[in-house]
Write a protein that binds this ligand. Structure first.
Ligand SMILES: *Cc1c(COP(=O)(O)O)cnc(C)c1O
Length: 481
């Protein structure tokens, strides 16, 4: 092995850490980062010339403070995880307390208060449906994708335990997203993430998306959702006895471009799953915890799923944790003398006490700060600020579900003239917004607002002004390129 010498030439001097330091120190930091880090979801070749790399020193409410001393509004809640702003003292205190008591313990064979209390509280909050037994068991994982894997494996294994071994398929929605691990990727339909790995993926069946943006001219969102449900019904009819579950993101397909659908689709999907005797898996990893106006998005359709995946906002954006809620019927299907019929799935950090403590403190804040009611007011203000952009000549659609607002940019401001991907409008808007102190991270040519719930009026106004400027600049820049 080659002996490593530590090259310190790139290291910032201690004095550089002070805010307001020169651009030189930020450049040095970038070099140090790029020497060792491989960033997620990034073509590393684009760093740092095409894609700026933003060194962040600390967070404060909805703001990120860069090593250059500049403040950036975190308009994407740090990949949709943050609910109450950065460095929230109550969450920090809960994690600190727990770290001083019990930081982690194996959850196979052991039990601890944070895991049990959190399960009790999540189940009490979970969506309910008259006449349907409630979700009644919680299985923990440590990130969203792992939670999705748990739900898929549970659904498949439950049928297997019943001797229905022909049921090996999952139905998912076009434009859906459920994470990056191979099982989760198999039920996702975002070509950029999926296509390369397709040879490795389990077979999934994709049903047309209820996405209201895909409605025929003159058709209502509900009308399109009904059509999509009819298509789902036909798909299920074609595969009797082959399907384990339907997995979907209720109300908003987030990674697919913040595409919003009418809740009637969820009602119909629930009915169809019952008719066909398959499980409904609600992936509420992004939409859960108040993001779309209710604690969980399923509530807006008055339905309860058989399995519900939670992560992201579960810990208020502080710790990686996921929870999969399951019905008693699912749980009972694994009780047996045989160990092979058990759900022999685990992660080293399953039910991590620090994550559970952060999640409990998050639920406390929902109660003490009446978060859902506050979000209603903030969401109404976001709607007002978004309205003028609806008539922008390059905005084809403005859509909202609670604390998510999205703007679809197209060449002529209609649905039939998407920008050429090579124009990289979204990337240009991202850079323009960063220059103005706002971290927007568009999905293709969809710009969206998904700020921490604690965002105030000044920050919202900055967001609205910057969004307009970023759109105009991106399009002007692309025209010159
Ligand atoms: C982010 C996301 C996931 C994956 O969660 P990770 O923690 O990033 O693995 C799954 N489903 C949905 C709907 C998501 O938005």
């Amino acid at each position: 092995m080659q002996k490593k010498t530590h090259d310190t030439s790139m290291l910032a001097e201690p004095g550089d850490r002070a805010s307001g330091s020169s651009a030189g120190s930020a450049a040095q930091w970038r070099a140090r980062d790029l020497a060792v880090l491989w960033h997620p979801c990034t073509q590393m070749r684009e760093h740092p010339d095409t894609l700026p790399l933003l060194p962040i020193e600390r967070g404060e409410g909805p703001w990120l403070i860069g090593r250059d001393g500049r403040r950036y509004l975190d308009a994407v809640s740090s990949w949709w995880t943050n609910l109450f702003g950065h460095a929230e003292p109550r969450l920090a205190a809960a994690i600190y307390r727990q770290a001083n008591t019990l930081e982690h313990v194996i959850l196979a064979g052991c039990s601890h208060a944070p895991a049990v209390e959190l399960a009790e509280r999540l189940l009490a909050l979970a969506p309910r449906e008259p006449g349907r037994p409630p979700l009644s068991k919680v299985f923990y994982a440590d990130n969203g994708s792992a939670g999705v894997e748990v739900a898929l494996k549970m659904a498949f294994h439950w049928f297997r335990n019943r001797g229905e071994s022909r049921r090996t398929k999952f139905v998912a929605l076009e434009g859906g997203y459920h994470g990056e691990t191979l099982g989760a990727l198999a039920v996702g339909d975002i070509p950029l993430y999926r296509r390369v790995y397709a040879p490795l993926l389990a077979e999934a069946l994709f049903a047309p998306s209820p996405d209201a943006y895909l409605a025929q001219p003159g058709q209502s969102a509900a009308g399109h959702a009904e059509d999509a449900a009819d298509a789902l019904a036909r798909l299920l009819d074609h595969h009797p006895g082959e399907i384990c579950a339907l997995i979907l993101e209720p109300r908003v397909q987030c990674a697919g471009g913040m595409r919003v659908h009418d809740p009637v689709y969820l009602k119909r999907a629930r009915e169809l799953c019952d008719v066909h005797g398959i499980f409904l898996i609600a992936d509420e990893i992004a939409v859960g915890f108040g993001r779309t106006g209710t604690m969980f998005a399923c509530e807006q359709a008055g339905i309860a799923p058989d399995l519900m995946c939670l992560s992201k906002g579960l810990t208020g954006g502080t710790m990686p944790l996921a929870a999969v809620l399951a019905t008693q019927e699912l749980y009972d299907g694994f009780l047996d003398d045989s160990r092979e019929r058990a759900f022999l799935h685990s992660h080293s950090y399953t039910g991590n006490p620090l994550g559970c403590a952060a999640a409990l403190a998050t639920l406390d804040i929902f109660e003490s700060d009446d978060v859902i009611a506050g979000n209603r007011i903030t969401a109404a203000r976001m709607a007002e600020l978004a309205l003028p952009l609806a008539s922008h000549r390059h905005v084809a659609d403005v859509r909202q579900a609670g604390m998510i607002v999205a703007f679809e940019l197209t060449r002529n401001g209609d649905r039939s003239t998407p920008f050429d991907a090579a124009a990289r409008i979204g990337l240009r808007a991202y850079r323009a917004a960063l220059d103005r102190g706002v971290l927007l991270r568009p999905l293709g040519d969809v710009l969206y607002w998904m700020p921490p719930y604690t965002v105030d009026e000044d920050a919202l106004q900055l967001l609205a002004t910057t969004t307009r400027e970023a759109i105009d600049l991106a399009i002007a820049e692309a025209a010159c390129a």
